[in-house]
Design a protein around this ligand. Structure first.
Ligand code: SAH
Ligand code: TMP
Ligand code: ZN
Length: 405
């Protein structure tokens, strides 16, 4: 019997996507023999409502000196974090402010604070991206955050006005130790601000590709409120975001320190309406995933039979789940176009589809592009007007399989 990672109640998976490799584990053919696989099976906890993976690879297998994800590849995300910086400096900084961010990656967010001379510290265990951040003047410790590290930060730098994390809290299996550490790290007037893909969007859009090794949790306001409460932290505000296909930004403060905004109660009510507290919701999600898998596979099989050229667009971490769950092979996709230099020339995890720079896409447009980076659709559409003008067609699969005209 498996136990909930948060509250310890017994849990069982509501589906399995089958065996999956490390989502960001792009590799060379000589490494195929050593590729690591685990079973991707999410579960819902009926007691605390946390959606979580039963099995997850060790953090060190995913976050290391050759981590493939450089956050600043997206201009849209750079602007997103610049706006958050404006909000934080306006609303949450006291005297002699100190800001801590975990999962600070290549400095996409903290570079704003560094440029303004605001005291800050990034915690980033993947050495290559941490190094990039340092080169931009972002003070960075190459470590995994937990309660022990929080203790060391307080000893060396004092307490923080703001503790932030974007697309990282849902990666950390020992979530309780993070909340414990944050409670110790924050000033009494301090706030914790973090954002992650939102369970409500995943259920509404059937964006099953948010489930992959790194995402050990999919949060809702209710599950976050429940997980933070024992550590003396409460939800005081929420902001729904359009990033990563639909995310939620959570604001927490020491219990009783700040008055919760009305949107907190409204969101909890909306989550009950969506059924995020009911096991049946996840059974119907499983059926929707199976329908998308079958439809996408049928489209790709048909295009292959018709001799069409199809390429993937964006070798995202999410695409690893789609490729392996739907059985997409190099016979279906000639290659995947991606702007990240460290992914180019390698092959995708599990499916072993070649990754090539965007030039390969633009030099000879395919008939169809399968949009794996669907969360960056607006940015990509603005860039690929020539492909569209020449009759190129896009295949998307969230919330259902569609081909553009
Ligand atoms: N914040 C950026 C990057 C997210 S990628 C953005 O939103 O775009 C997630 C990052 O979290 C990776 O760089 C990974 O190395 C880091 N990470 C994973 N576990 C962590 C932990 N326990 N503490 C701090 N960072 C962690
Ligand atoms: P993400 O969905 O996890 O943010 O990853 C996006 C991936 O897509 C990343 O590998 C970079 C790639 N990408 C492109 O190839 N072209 C683009 O225009 C954008 C925005 C992203
Ligand atoms: Zn639980």
């Amino acid at each position: 019997m498996n136990k909930c990672r948060i509250c310890g109640a017994p849990i069982a998976p509501f589906m399995s996507f089958g065996k999956m490799p490390i989502a960001n584990g792009f590799l060379f053919p000589h490494q195929y023999g050593q590729e690591y696989f685990f079973e991707l099976a999410p579960a819902f906890c009926p007691q605390c409502n946390m959606v979580q993976l039963i099995e997850q690879p060790e953090p060190e297998q995913m976050f290391h000196g050759e981590y493939a994800y450089f956050a600043s590849t997206s201009a849209y995300m750079c602007e997103h974090f610049r706006q958050l910086y404006s909000r934080v400096t306006k609303d949450f900084l006291g005297d002699d402010p100190f800001v801590v961010e975990i999962g600070s990656n290549d400095g996409i967010s903290l570079r704003n604070y560094a440029a303004a001379g605001i005291r800050h510290l990034g915690i980033e265990p993947s050495a290559n991206v941490a190094e990039r951040a340092r080169s931009l003047g972002v003070q960075t410790w190459c470590e995994f955050f937990d309660d022990k590290l929080a203790h060391r930060i307080v000893a060396e730098h004092g307490k923080a006005d703001v503790f932030m994390g974007a697309n990282v809290m849902c990666h950390i299996p020992s979530l309780s130790s993070v909340f414990k550490g944050v409670r110790e790290l924050l000033k009494p007037t301090g706030v914790m601000i973090f954002e992650d893909p939102y369970l409500g969007d995943v259920i509404e859009k059937t964006s099953f590709d948010q489930l992959y090794d790194e995402h050990v949790f999919l949060f809702s306001a209710q599950s976050i409120a429940n997980a933070a409460r024992p550590h003396g932290l409460e939800l005081i505000d929420l902001e729904h975001l359009d990033t990563h296909g639909g995310s939620m930004r959570y604001f927490l403060a020491p219990t009783g320190a700040r008055q919760p905004a009305p949107i907190v109660a409204q969101t909890l009510e909306n989550e009950r309406r969506l059924g995020l507290d009911k096991p049946e919701t996840f059974d119907s999600f499983r059926r929707s995933c199976e329908a998308i898998r079958d439809d996408l596979r049928a489209v790709l099989d048909r295009l292959r039979a018709e001799g069409k050229r199809v390429v993937g667009y964006g070798a995202t971490s999410k695409s690893t789940t789609v490729i392996n769950y739907c059985g997409i092979s190099p016979d279906h996709l000639e290659f995947i176009s991606d702007t990240t230099p460290t992914k180019q020339g390698k092959f995708t995890p599990g499916g072993h589809i070649p990754v090539k720079p965007r030039d390969a896409f633009a030099e000879r447009y395919p008939d169809y592009a399968l949009l794996f980076a669907w969360n960056h659709a607006a940015e990509i559409q603005a860039k690929e007007t020539d492909f569209n003008a020449k009759g190129g067609r896009w295949i998307t699969y969230v919330p259902k399989v569609e081909i553009s005209q």
